[in-house]
Design a protein around this ligand. Structure first.
Ligand SMILES: Cc1cc2nc3c(=O)[nH]c(=O)nc-3n(C[C@H](O)[C@H](O)[C@H](O)COP(=O)(O)O)c2cc1C
Length: 222
């Protein structure tokens, strides 16, 4: 079966894309308005796009009732935001923060979360989050009548004590239990894993012995 996406309504395109491109990490984003109101909302159209510089990307749709979401307005006006990663413990609070509260209501407070100041950005950080990235806007790009994409540079990472393994330099997968978004009301845990070591061409073609190193197929680095 083939679907020409530009011949079906956007809502149907959304269903195909959002259920095919899964699981997606969730950026639980805090921002602060120019008059000092704190805002928190989740966005699963999210990922990082590289490490030099450390770039994150978020897809921001307009409100269903029209007009920009508070997150978009605050990023446009202040250039600052914080991306929090969501684990199982934070899922319920994240979901409460997706409610379309009026702009003067602090979602994080409604969800019982604790906001603490950041080091380099004006937005506040959610203390309960396992990982948070302070970010500065690189660009807010309008890609459609109701859609902006935010590119941001992550400047400071806050990792819950014990989550980061200073020997491997990776976040510890056993302690960090992020959830992923599937579609609609469906989410997934990340506790079923398998390994898939990469190969150099020389190893794969048998011209050099496999030295037993687990090469990351994306970066080519062990
Ligand atoms: C798990 C989850 C993921 C979401 N992802 C997005 C997204 O990627 N883009 C978007 O515009 N809205 C997304 N939403 C909806 C926003 O969170 C919601 O519209 C929120 O009220 C926006 O708040 P704001 O107006 O305070 O920015 C998502 C909601 C949930 C629960």
């Amino acid at each position: 079966m083939k679907v020409e996406l530009d011949r079906i309504p956007p809502a149907h395109q959304y269903k195909i894309l959002s259920s095919a491109i899964v699981p997606r990490p969730i950026a639980f984003v805090t921002t602060r308005s120019t008059d000092g109101r704190n805002n928190a909302a989740p966005f699963s159209l999210f990922n990082f796009m590289g490490e030099d510089p450390p770039v994150v990307v978020i897809g921001l749709e307009d409100k269903r009732t029209g007009g920009l979401k508070d997150t978009t307005i605050n990023i446009a006006e202040t250039n600052h935001f914080v991306v929090h990663m969501v684990d199982g413990d934070l899922a319920e609070a994240m979901n409460i923060c997706a409610i379309d509260f009026p702009a003067d209501i602090c979602e994080a407070e409604m969800a019982g979360l604790t906001l603490v100041p950041c080091d380099r950005v004006g937005a506040m950080r959610i203390a309960e989050a396992p990982i948070a990235f302070e970010c500065e806007k690189i660009a807010l790009i309008q890609v459609g009548p109701r859609r902006n994409i935010c590119l941001g540079r992550a400047t400071v990472a806050h990792l819950r004590d014990g989550l980061f393994n200073p020997e491997t330099l990776y976040v510890d997968v056993e302690k960090y239990r992020p959830i992923g978004r599937l579609f609609g009301t469906l989410y997934t845990h990340t506790n079923e894993r398998f390994t898939l070591p990469g190969h150099t061409y020389a190893q794969w073609s048998g011209r050099s012995p496999d030295d037993g190193q687990n090469i990351d197929a994306e970066t080519g680095r062990p």
